[in-house]
Structures are given as structure tokens and as C-alpha cells.
Design a protein around this ligand. Structure first.
Ligand code: MG
Ligand code: MG
Length: 624
């Protein structure tokens, strides 16, 4: 199956859009008329641009309000169409896309519309072109693909076919089954778009909140499954109207678009749908993540001392020194933290830009090499830097904010990375009961969230949770979690729309997106915090409210209050959490005792955010 993207998805002027699409690897493009009208050049020049970039225009759109008119408007519509077909001839484009009429003044009637399309079909066929009919979900008479198909069927003209747009069909929850009985060669174009389930008018949702497949909630896979039954072999074209995309970088949005289609066609093929991406080799399956192998901090010499001291206070032991680099390993339970104080290389550059921070995450996956192959197939950006003699090249891709995600696995040499690259210090492990990494929380621009959701979701075998809005004293923070089914990997993505939230302040202080907090598991939170780690103070009112809301055993509230522990529960179990004071004003640690509970304490997040905001305003608040 050929993939395509509509120019309307991308920001910039026509040349910028075309170039972004070509750089992302697209070979086909849908031309939006407005992009052509605003192009500073002739149609022939636009055609030459496309040819130079290796792009074919597969459709020209939209042609609106055509069918169902009395004379003289009917003839005027045909004359208008003839002009568009002439434009298309100059562009070298052979398909005109017609949207169903939205005017209440137009007449209904399937046969009447079919006759209009028969005449339009003649006009197009006379130029060796074709037309395709799309049911807009807000069309006045035709608002459903089944009616549009009946018009096309009755027009019974070889130059008249159907457009299927996954947004219009899925957002209206239209039955997908009848798609299966449409002959594939009568479908001239398939437009693909996802969207979140929003309680809003479908036109508003369509014009502002469409997103790439895999980023929203529509049943796109079921749509593709139905489409496969038709034998359709034409292009699959992204048609996304999204305010963020139109404000974002055309190049990165185009890459995301292409990634979303590669991922979609990969899923379709695995589900037995059969269609593959003609321009893309087959991918290894999504990688199952076995756990977080390590978290690496970029530090300078001083930071190495301070962070080391803090980690020691949290029960971590300095267990290893890198064989040749100024890099140390700190361990507790199954947690490995790496402090990289090198004076050149990636971590150093990261530290210069962001200050002391998490510069890399190491994930243990089933097969690191296959994960890299999949990442490259998905247009993720591999990262390489020189390795010293005897050192391993740990494969990595670029992650959020230019950080790295490394991959290790249990079967290759990578499983021995600690033995090969680090010499033990001989220090005895002690600890305050931290056993593993529960989750990693990343702060990013709100506009980036969809992009990273797609990045993680396409590469790794993870599921996403429902998006939540969390109240920060400075505004709302949108939060979404990607996690593996067994909880081996949990990443919380936070995006702030306000500039005044903690999340936003992190972005501006940090000069970009990154890891803002790491949560470690413990089996006994009360015992863990009893070790004297300075914790974030929770106000007494929280415990009054907790007492009023939940029926907890006597004494539990008092002990939570003593230890600054926040509490939540769901149908699966209980969740106890406590936060460290923020470190260097930037990131912080969380300790969690997860007793079967599936969530992340969202109901407690505003309490935490308010406490952190107070601390940020009055950093001299006395510690207990
Ligand atoms: Mg459409
Ligand atoms: Mg391990």
C-alpha cells in the first residue's frame, strides 16, 4: 500500500510542506487547494517542485457543494469543476476529491446526486482523470459513507469512485461492516485520521483535534481490517487537521506522520490484514520491555559529589567505577543509577545544556538488536558515539529532549555490561528498602505529547492509559501514561498548557523537555522514609480529608501523617507514596509502595504540586 500525506497536515507554505513530506520519505501527496492558491508561483512550477522532490500528487481537494443543485447552479458547479480539472492537468494530478454538499439549500436524492456525478465523471474522463466522493459527517443530505457509496454505485461511471475517511466514519461510530462489501476498485482514496473521544461537535473535533493513527482513540485498526476485506490497493493518505501540527515544525510532524503509517501498516499486517507499506521493509515486532536497566545522570564534578551524597542518603551504594571513564554506578535493589561526569561526549554536552539531569534511560528488552532494527524502520534516530577499547557499544536512539534511550537484553553480550565496563568498588550494599523503578515521569511541551506517545507506542509493546488533567496551582497539566502490561516499564508523560505550572517551570529552567521525577518501589514505605531522607511536607488538611473520605484502620492516618505519606486506592489495591524534596530545584524522587494498585496517585498529584509550589516559593521552609 502506498502512503501519502495531505499538505493541510503540515505548517508552512507549499514548498516547505512538500519538502518536509519528501524528507520524511513520502512519495505521494494530496494537494489542498488553499496551499496552491497561496503558492508564490504557477501550477507548472508547483508541479516541477513536486517532481524534483520525487512526489506525485495523488489528489486535489476539496471540491465543495457540488451535488443536488437546480439549474443554473448545477451547470455552474460543472463549469467550476472543469476549471479545477484544468488546474489539476497542469499539476499532473489525476483525482479530484469532492466532499458532500453541506448546504441546506441543496436537494437530496441519491439518484439525483448520482446523475450529477455521472456528468462530472464524463468531464473528468474526457481529460483522463477521475473524481472521488467523500461523505462529510456534517454533510447536509449525505453524511455517511454508505450513502456516498450508493451515489457512486448508481452513478455507475468508471471515473467516479468513493473516498473513505476514517475520521468521518469512526468518529460517528458508523458501522464498519458494510465497508467489506464495497469492491476495492470502486474506492479511489482512503484518508486516515485518528482523534481523541471528545465531548464536542464532530466538526470542531475534525477541524482542530484530528491526530495521527495511534495517537487517538478511534477504532482505526478495525477500520483497516474492514478495508482489507475490500481488496483496496490505492493510497493511504493522512488527512489531519490539528492546530498543534499546523503550529509545529513541518519536518517533525511529517516524520511523525510517516512513522504513524509505518506503524499502522505493521499492525495491519500482523493482524492478517495483508497490506504492507510498499516503501518500507518489514519490521521486527514491538519490543517487550523487561525492565529499566539503568538511569544515567549527566553531572559535573561538583554535581557528582552532591548527587552522590544525596543518593547515599537514599540508601544507594557506590558499587562500580567505569573502566576508563569518569562514570560511577550506584545500586540499590534492582535499581542502577549511573553518574556520568565525563568532560566530553554526549553526557557532557547534555549537562552543559540542561545542568545536572537525567540524560539517558537504559531499558532491558528481549532483543536489543531487533529493537534497534524496529526503531530505524520507524524513523527513530539511532545514536552512536565512539567506544573505548574493550567497551560495549550499547545501542541507543534519541528520546525526549535529545536524551538517549539505551537498549540492553538478557541474551547478548549486553547482559554483561556491568561486568565488562565497570570495576566493583567492593562497597557493601545497604539500602533503605528501594527495590526497583516504579515509573519515570517526563515533562514536555504540551505540543510534544502526541509525538512521544507515538514514539513509545510504536517501538515498544506498551499500552496507553486515558489522558488526565491534573491541577497544578499554576494551571492544568495533562498527563498520560504508557506502560507495559506487566508494569515492567511505566512512563508518565506530562505536558503543560500553562506557563506557570511546575511542569512548565521545569521546561524553562531545564531548557527543554526531560525527566522530572523518578519513582522507586519499596515494600514498606514507612520503614523506607524512617531512614531520615528529607521528604516533601504534606499539609495536615490532606489527612483530615483522607480521614473523612476513606474508612481506614485506626492509626493508619496518623502514621501516614507522621511519614508524609500520600494514600490512594482503586479496585485493585492500595498505593502509598512519598516525595523527596526537589533536588537542585529541578527533579525529585518518589518512593511508592504499590499493593496491586494500577494508577499513579492522580488524586494526590494536586497536593504534591501545591506542596512543591510552596517549597519553590519558600525554599527555606524548615525540615522536620
Ligand atoms: Mg477527508
Ligand atoms: Mg536486570
Amino acid at each position: 500500500m502506498r502512503t501519502a500525506i495531505a499538505t493541510v497536515c503540515l505548517s508552512g507554505d507549499l514548498p516547505e510542506k512538500l519538502e518536509a513530506a519528501a524528507v520524511a520519505g513520502f512519495k505521494s501527496i494530496e494537494i489542498f487547494e488553499n496551499d496552491l492558491l497561496t503558492f508564490n508561483g504557477t501550477n507548472l512550477e508547483a508541479r516541477q517542485r513536486m517532481a524534483d522532490l520525487g512526489l506525485s500528487p495523488i489528489a486535489f481537494q476539496p471540491f465543495r457543494d457540488f451535488e443536488g443543485w437546480d439549474e443554473p447552479r448545477r451547470s455552474r458547479g460543472l463549469a467550476r469543476a472543469a476549471r479545477k480539472l484544468d488546474t489539476m492537468a497542469e499539476l499532473g494530478c489525476g483525482l479530484l476529491m469532492v466532499c458532500s454538499n453541506v448546504s441546506p439549500e441543496a436537494h437530496g436524492g441519491i439518484d439525483r446526486a448520482a446523475q450529477d456525478f455521472r456528468d462530472l465523471g464524463d468531464l473528468a474522463a474526457g481529460r483522463g482523470m477521475r473524481v472521488a466522493y467523500e461523505a462529510l459527517s456534517w454533510g447536509h443530505h449525505v453524511d455517511d459513507y454508505r450513502n456516498a457509496w450508493e451515489v457512486v454505485r448508481r452513478a455507475d461511471h468508471p471515473a467516479v469512485g468513493l473516498v473513505l475517511d476514517s475520521f468521518h466514519i469512526c468518529a460517528m461510530r458508523t458501522d464498519l461492516k458494510p465497508i467489506r462489501s464495497i469492491p476495492g476498485d470502486r474506492i479511489f482514496l482512503v484518508q486516515i485520521a485518528d482523534a481523541p473521544w471528545l465531548e464536542m461537535d464532530v466538526m470542531q473535533c475534525s477541524r482542530h483535534f484530528r491526530c495521527f493513527p495511534g495517537q487517538g482513540d478511534l477504532p482505526i485498526d478495525a477500520f483497516m481490517d474492514a478495508l482489507a476485506a475490500t481488496g483496496y490497493a490505492g493510497p493511504l493518505s493522512l488527512e489531519i487537521f490539528n492546530d498543534q501540527f499546523r503550529a509545529g515544525s513541518a519536518r517533525s510532524v511529517a516524520v511523525d506522520g510517516r512513522r504513524s503509517l509505518i506503524y499502522l501498516l505493521d499492525r495491519t499486517k500482523r493482524a492478517g490484514g495483508g497490506s504492507t507499506d510498499e516503501e518500507q521493509p518489514a519490521l521486527p515486532p514491538q519490543s517487550r520491555c523487561l525492565g529499566v536497566e539503568f538511569i544515567e545522570f549527566a553531572v559535573d564534578e561538583k554535581g557528582s559529589q552532591t548527587l552522590g551524597g544525596l543518593l547515599a542518603g537514599m540508601g544507594f551504594t557506590h558499587t562500580g567505577r567505569h573502566v576508563s571513564k569518569d562514570v560511577s554506578r550506584w545500586t540499590q535493589g534492582a535499581v542502577n543509577l549511573v553518574l556520568n561526569a565525563e568532560k566530553d561526549g554526549f553526557a557532557h554536552a547534555y549537562q552543559i545544556t540542561h545542568g545536572m539531569s537525567v540524560c539517558a534511560i537504559g531499558l532491558e528488552v528481549e532483543d536489543a538488536a531487533a529493537t534497534m532494527d524496529r526503531a530505524e524502520g520507524l524513523l527513530d534516530r539511532p545514536f552512536r558515539q565512539p567506544v573505548g577499547p574493550g567497551e560495549l557499544e550499547v545501542p541507543a536512539v534519541r528520546g525526549l529532549g535529545g536524551s538517549l534511550i539505551y537498549f540492553t537484553d538478557p541474551t547478548s553480550k549486553l547482559s554483561r555490561v556491568w561486568d565488562i565496563e565497570f570495576r566493583p568498588t567492593g562497597a557493601q550494599m545497604a539500602g533503605i528498602g528501594l527495590t526497583g523503578v516504579d515509573h519515570i515521569s517526563q515533562s514536555m511541551q504540551y505540543e510534544e505529547m502526541l509525538s512521544w506517545l507515538l514514539f513509545y507506542g510504536s517501538l515498544l509493546d506498551v499500552e496507553k492509559t486515558k489522558e488526565l488533567d491534573i491541577a497544578d496551582p499554576g494551571g492544568l497539566v495533562r498527563s498520560q501514561v504508557i506502560q507495559s502490561r506487566d508494569g515492567a516499564l511505566r512512563i508518565v508523560l506530562n505536558g503543560s498548557q500553562s506557563l506557570r505550572t511546575q511542569s512548565a517551570r521545569f521546561l524553562s529552567d531545564f531548557f527543554g523537555s526531560g525527566v522530572q521525577h523518578i519513582a522507586f518501589n519499596t515494600d514498606d514505605l514507612s520503614a523506607t522514609v524512617a531512614n531520615g531522607v528529607p521528604m516533601l511536607q504534606v499539609p495536615a488538611t490532606y489527612y483530615d480529608d483522607l480521614d473523612a473520605r476513606l474508612d481506614l484502620a485506626p492509626g493508619r492516618i496518623e502514621s501516614f501523617a507522621r511519614d508524609n505519606i500520600l494514600y490512594d486506592r482503586d479496585e485493585h489495591g492500595e498505593y502509598l507514596q512519598a516525595y523527596s524534596q526537589s533536588f537542585d530545584g529541578m527533579f525529585f524522587f518518589e518512593f511508592v509502595e504499590r499493593r496491586g494498585y494500577k494508577g499513579f496517585g492522580a488524586s494526590n498529584a494536586p497536593i504534591r504540586l501545591a506542596a512543591q509550589a510552596r517549597l519553590a516559593r519558600h525554599p527555606a521552609v524548615p525540615r522536620r
